[in-house]
Design a binder for this molecule. Sequence first.
Ligand code: PMP
Length: 295
Amino acid sequence: FDQRDGEIWYNGVFVPWKDAKLHVLTHGLHYASCVFEGERAYGGEVFKLEEHTERLHTSANVLGFELPYSSEEINAATRELLARQNLVDAYVRPVAWRGSEMMGVSAQHNRINVAIAAWEWPSYFKPEERLKGIRLDMAEYRRPDPMTAPYKSKAAGLYMICTLSKHAAERKGYADALMLDWRGQVAEATGANVFFIKDGKIHTPTPDCFLDGITRRTVIDLARARGFEVIERVIMPEEMEGFEQCFLTGTAAEVTPVSEIGPYNFQVGEITKVLMEDYHASVQPVADIKAAAAG
Ligand code: PMP
């Protein structure tokens, strides 16, 4: 993946993709002083770019550092990166980390580096395939208590248990894993939030120890705009037996139906389908919607 054509925005300049390197003694690598974002461009525009950039700043601040670039600079760099590479439907990965000046747990004065990469990633919204639903395993690791890990940061360190859980699930033939939290309550998947449906109502865990995803909030708004009741609450794993539908939300996952979690089965029902369509419509750039309305 590091030997491609293209450019990466690296500390304020565009460098060839292959040359976007860092030193092995980087603090972010050894001590996980690293935060990142996952964004998606549709029709050449990043969906909710401002919110993602805000979250990147918040993530850094929670880990005790400031990004040396303003939101305006990061947003402009992202737009220019897409334009220079003619990317239309793309994934965008901003990342910020403490550099290699000092080695040790403390690295108060290490340089804060910021990079942004983007690559083509067509929207995989193929309803026929996605409508089968994906299968999830139950993860062994649990989301830590907020007293144990700074969960409001999209911090690289928090993804250690996500990668372990996802790999374990994939080895068993599942697409992903559902993680409980330290109390044993349903939390989220390894890179996406989870929703359930029963009797026409939508239930989702309260995000008090995991990321309150931008897609999650978008889908809650879309569901409420349709008149559905959305209940954020504690969900115990045994309750999954009684739920009729289940889906995941995330920048990468968009709205993905789930057919199975461990011993529990779900249908891909009407409400899930409606929300997939509403989400798909809402991510389209305003210019495209105007063009569609005119034409
Ligand atoms: N939880 C985790 C662990 C994630 O990695 C993501 C993806 N960023 C999400 C939830 C969903 O967040 P968003 O909708 O903002 O992409």
